[in-house]
Design a protein around this ligand. Structure first.
Ligand code: IVH
Length: 692
């Protein structure tokens, strides 16, 4: 029975929340934890247990509530108490000298003006409103006057304090900052999306914006978002006369403030900061596109005031253009692993953001037509972060009339077979992509081999892009099945392949021959079969033979497998050429480790917690495997946890598990569990011993 909480429980819950909020901020925003993860976990578990027992105490402000709220139908809008302005841009040191002169002139002073220099973060501007230290609203900038309310989404971001340190600020506090996605998280997310055949995001800023625009905050909760606070909105209670001081006060309240922000006593120091940030730019884990220079004295800011859309007390000094203009010399067609023909522009080499750019993707024919890109055109090219450069638009004024419109070829340029546009499911329209369907196309072959040998497939160390190309060009590989027939003698014929690397490759190939069914299915490069679908197939049917015998109907009967996937899988295994390849792979000693079938899933009812770095599996892979086998993964160890899977540098969760007697296993024991065997107790011993 759920009893309403009495005042003792209420007080305890309140104390736990305050304490956890404080430690959350210390950990996520300030990178300066005061307690161990284990102590934190214990507090969190106590709070979760109390909230579960007393639903009347549940609250969206609770530190337990970062998982996402029920979906919204539309975003509400709100007006900002103070407009959210944008910034004027500066592109050269002289612009900054001029800015400083304007500032001094308006202030009627000859004295040096103090500035702050801050990284200009390339993300999404947001405003957060706190009432008596509690986050009550988060909104986008919108048109500057009116923004969209995205509170539920912003609550899922770990570095956003839901509750400020006790007594940090009474009344209403408005802060502003930038929500960003770091590059690693962005790339990982895109890799997963690619595997699932979902469209990828062009850059971290778009990914951050897209993640915040989700009506379902559960989706936002899975995205690697972060925040830096760089100022306030209407907050009279702060009583400060310095921006630098405000930033420090915000930091001590629990906000994450960018550690690269510097106070500058002279204009020379501003210049120095710009140079330093530009230099460290490529090494930062997130994208920045310039330096924001702000007058530090808030009384001066007040006097300087603002123009229509931007303040007179700040300016954004942009880094060297990541856009440049150049000429399209030719348009070439690249053929990808799945046979998609992608037009690529060959450009007159141009230096953009410090690197030479000579190629840019044009995506597809529609894109070329929409932008009307012709061979010989002068174009704007943009390089966003580490992403492949792209053509933004044509400089029409530079047209001479000699430019040649481009047409996609009717045949695949690598093998000559007809290029086809598929129809979009349930519609009478055609896909924008042209494809080559020849399974033996050499261009697809190279990409297929790279995929087959890649880390998450056969994992053949050393067989990467370059070598795959060389082996195909030398005629040594005409399919991925040929990989298993490579020998030292023919490898040594490859240009610059030394004895040692050839031997290493042969032994890597040998080592890869024992492979789990799910990886095997993934490595075949069947369209629409990413890691997750490969897992589902492997778990459902347990052996290659069984998977091969399925019909589109029996395939679609499985949750997670739709018509397109079913037809692709069925089509692949019914192609005589593909069957022959499979036979050859198996004849050459590849041994597929079968998985138990999921009828009576192996991990049904079992709950797992993951900690530390596992030798082979990423967190998300391990989670997917466990879930595919019917198990659950949670983030905190409790008495209900069946197993703690511990990897290298496992932290406090390991201690907690030991304390409360949860079984600790490593990756190989997890793999055994997935295969339906009980873990060998000796496998878990090293971890337990390590802590005794
Ligand atoms: S101050 C009135 N500081 O740049 C001052 N903005 O072009 C405007 N931005 O919408 C905000 N880093 O999204 C400020 N350290 C920083 C910033 C920053 C990135 C963004 C922000 C704003 C845009 C203005």
């Amino acid at each position: 029975m759920d009893l309403p909480a009495n005042s003792i429980v209420r007080d305890r819950v309140e104390t736990l929340r305050q304490t956890l909020h404080r430690h959350n901020t210390l950990y996520y925003a300030q990178d300066n934890p005061e307690i161990s993860d284990a102590e934190y976990d214990l507090l969190m578990q106590e709070l979760m247990a109390l909230e579960k027992a007393h639903p009347d105490l549940q609250s969206p402000d609770s530190p337990t509530a970062r998982v996402g709220a029920p979906p919204l139908a539309v975003f509400e809008t709100m007006s900002h108490s103070l407009p959210m302005l944008s910034l004027d841009n500066a592109f050269a040191a002289q612009d900054i000298i001029d800015f400083d002169s304007r500032v001094k002139k308006t202030l009627q002073t000859q004295d040096t003006v103090l500035y702050t220099a801050e990284p200009k973060l390339d993300g999404v501007a947001v405003e957060l409103v706190y009432e008596d230290g509690k986050l009550v609203m988060a909104s986008t900038r919108g048109d500057g006057m009116t923004g969209e309310v995205i509170t539920a989404n912003v609550r899922t971001i770990r570095s956003v304090p839901l509750q400020l340190h006790a007594g940090a600020f009474e009344g209403r506090l408005e802060v502003r900052g930038e929500i960003i996605m770091n590059r690693k998280g962005f790339e990982k997310m895109n890799r997963n999306r690619e595997d699932e055949n979902l469209p990828v995001f062009a850059n971290p800023r778009n990914a951050a914006a897209g993640s915040l625009r989700q009506l379902d905050s559960m989706i936002t909760a899975t995205r690697p978002l972060d925040i830096f606070i760089y100022g306030t909105g209407l907050t009279p209670g702060l009583n400060s006369d310095s921006h630098w001081d405000v930033l420090n006060r915000l930091k001590s309240m629990g906000f994450k403030v960018n550690p690269l922000i510097r106070p500058c006593l002279t204009l020379d120091q501003v210049m120095e900061c710009y140079r330093e940030l530009e230099e460290s730019r490529s090494g930062l884990p997130y994208d920045i596109d310039g330096v924001v220079i702000k007058v530090d004295d808030l009384r001066y800011q007040e006097i300087l005031g603002e123009k229509a859309r931007s303040p007179r007390w700040a300016i954004a000094w942009k880094f060297q253009a990541v856009q440049g203009t150049t000429q399209v010399l030719a348009i070439e067609i690249q053929v990808g692993r799945t046979g998609v023909l992608t037009p690529v522009a060959h450009l007159e080499p141009v230096r953009i953001g410090g690197v030479w750019v000579s190629r840019a993707t044009l995506h597809n024919e529609e894109e070329i037509q929409r932008k009307d890109i012709r061979i010989g055109d002068t174009v704007f090219v943009e390089r966003a972060g580490d992403v492949i450069p792209k053509v933004v638009k044509v400089v029409i004024e530079k047209r001479t009339g000699d430019e040649i419109p481009f047409q996609m070829p009717a045949a695949c340029p690598a093998c000559g077979s007809q290029a086809i546009r598929l129809s979009i499911e349930n519609s009478d329209r055609l896909e924008s992509a042209l494809r080559c369907f020849n399974a033996r196309c050499p261009a697809q072959l190279k990409e297929n081999i790279i995929h087959f040998a890649s880390k998450r497939a056969f994992d053949m160390d050393g067989l990467g892009e370059k070598l795959a190309g060389q082996l195909v060009d030398a005629g040594l590989l005409t399919s991925y099945a040929d990989i298993f027939q490579l020998n030292l003698e023919n490898l040594l014929k490859i240009n610059r392949m030394g004895q040692k690397s050839a031997e290493n490759l042969i032994s890597a190939i040998d080592r890869s021959k024992k492979i789990q069914l799910n990886r095997f299915l993934y490595s075949l490069g069947i369209r629409h079969v990413g890691e997750n679908i490969a897992d589902i197939l492997a778990r459902k049917w347990g052996s290659l033979n069984a998977v091969m015998q399925q019909t589109p109907e029996s395939l679609t009967a499985v949750e997670g497998i739709g018509r397109t996937i079913a037809e692709s899988v069925h089509g692949f295994f019914n192609d005589p050429g593909n069957r022959e390849l499979l036979d050859r792979i198996l004849e050459n000693g590849v041994e597929i480790l079968t998985l138990p079938q999921s009828a009576g899933k192996t991990l049904d009812g079992k709950s797992f917690v993951l900690t530390g770095t596992l030798p082979n599996l990423t967190r998300s892979r391990a989670r997917a495997l466990i879930e595919a086998a019917g198990g659950k993964v949670s983030s905190a160890v409790s008495r209900n946890t069946s197993y703690l899977v511990a990897g290298e540098a496992a932290g406090s969760k390991l201690e907690t598990a030991r304390k409360i007697g949860v079984e600790i296993i490593d990756e190989s024991a997890l793999m055994q569990l997935l295969e339906g065997n009980l873990p060998d107790p000796s496998l878990s011993r090293p971890f337990q011993q390590g802590l005794v």
